[in-house]
Design a protein around this ligand. Structure first.
Ligand code: SF4
Length: 121
């Protein structure tokens, strides 16, 4: 799922890279990232909307991480396992249009169960 074919392909590629190599380095940035780079030109560019910054700040604090940190994806997963709950999606992401599909909640559930990132089919 995503905003365009190009967005979906980019997201799938990044997701797959993390699945294949959990020791991939991640730098936590404030604002648009490598997923947002492929947000289509059509429609409102919401990646710099204040709601998104707030949501990012809430979830980062919740999982004990800070902007600017550089760490392995597996360490981010470890913090998710320690501090996040599937129900956080309902509160932190209350206004997100993707929330009702349930995939983000399932994603957290899988990480808590030690299954890592979901396979994209
Ligand atoms: S519901 Fe999913 S897509 Fe929407 S903000 Fe939360 S994690 Fe991101």
């Amino acid at each position: 799922m995503g905003y365009s074919q190009e967005y979906v392909e980019n997201m799938t590629r990044l997701h797959q890279a993390l699945r294949d190599n959990p020791r991939t380095w991640i730098q936590l940035v404030k604002g648009p990232d490598q997923l947002c780079e492929k947000y289509p030109n059509s429609g409102e560019y919401h990646c710099e909307h204040h709601d998104i910054y707030e949501r990012d700040a809430i979830i980062l604090e919740k999982i004990g991480l800070k902007i600017g940190q550089i760490l392995y994806w597996k360490d981010i997963e470890a913090n998710i396992q320690k501090y996040a709950l599937p129900s956080d999606i309902h509160t932190v992401c209350e206004t997100c249009s993707w929330r009702s599909y349930g995939v983000c909640e399932e994603g957290i559930q899988d990480i808590l169960a030690g299954k890592g990132l979901k396979e994209v089919k």
